[in-house]
Design a protein around this ligand. Structure first.
Ligand code: DGL
Length: 269
């Protein structure tokens, strides 16, 4: 079905999910909603994030998407599984796929979760992981500094990023956890620094990547994938302003056809 897949995130982080879709299936078209006006979601209440997320999803549905991926972990924690009962197109969150990915990789059942404070407070990963396996130890670490680092483009300076990662993760340098979940869509952008900090000795799970794999298989089974001969023109909807979005987009997913539209939704929280 030649209709776009919708992705929503609070900012640039969901580009990590968009890139996985484009790499896996280049014919798929993506409509991307970046809620830059309300970014960051991490420190906001669950109710507020739920409100913003549902507004974003409705916007994408009105634009004609065939499915939505809630790329933002904080948003997933606030709206899933509730949202699934409220809309009649397929909707995918990132937390259960991320949890399953970590369980698949971990040999010792000890997992370090890096996420926003909102995701950690929600307990959604803990609930997800423990629902599959009760015998897992989870270490939670809120890393809102990484979101700021990435949204500000400071991450482009390797020495700033190395220092920020080392300072934040120092208490977990010798953690027994053999697997690290990147439980925020922004974090894969600095994945190599996180992997290096742990000397390449930990499994790194990108929740967005895990989600795309599951979502595309399910869309295939529902016969919703786009024909191979399609040449997509991706559309980016930026809610509010984001002067750095295009730069991250061009370096993260180069050589694609896209346009950016700035929008403002009517309702406020
Ligand atoms: N990208 C969001 C996530 O995956 C976090 C960024 C924010 O705080 O808005 O949780």
């Amino acid at each position: 079905m030649n209709k776009p897949i919708g992705i929503m995130d609070s900012g640039v982080g969901g580009l990590t999910v968009m890139r996985e879709i484009i790499h896996a299936l280049p014919a798929e078209e993506v409509y991307y909603f970046a809620d830059s006006l309300n970014c960051p979601y991490g420190p906001k209440s669950q109710d507020e994030v739920k409100h913003y997320t549902k507004e974003a999803v409705q916007f994408l549905i009105d634009k004609g998407v065939k499915a939505v991926i809630i790329a933002c972990n904080t948003a997933t924690a606030a709206v899933m599984p509730e949202l699934r009962d409220e809309i009649d197109i397929p909707v995918y969150g990132v937390i259960n796929p991320g949890s399953l990915g970590a369980l698949r990789k971990s040999d010792n059942n000890e997992i370090l979760l890096l996420a926003t404070e909102g995701t950690i407070k929600s307990g959604a990963y803990e609930a997800g992981i423990l629902s599959f396996d009760k015998d897992v130890k989870i270490y939670n670490l809120a890393c809102p500094e990484f979101v700021t680092l990435i949204e500000s483009l400071d991450y482009e300076n390797p020495s700033i990023t190395k220092t920020a990662v080392a300072e934040k993760l120092a208490p977990y340098k010798d953690t027994k956890a053999d697997t690290v979940i990147l439980g925020c869509t922004h974090f894969p952008i600095i994945e190599k620094y996180i992997a290096e900090f742990f000397n390449g000795e930990k499994h790194i799970i990108d929740a967005g990547f895990e989600t795309v794999t599951i979502a595309l298989v399910q869309l295939h089974k529902k016969k919703l994938l786009t024909a191979d001969n399609n040449t997509p023109h991706h559309r980016i909807f930026i809610h509010g302003e984001n002067n750095t979005f295009e730069k991250v987009m061009n370096s993260w997913i180069p050589d694609i056809e896209y346009s950016i539209e700035n929008i403002l939704l009517q309702e406020t929280y």
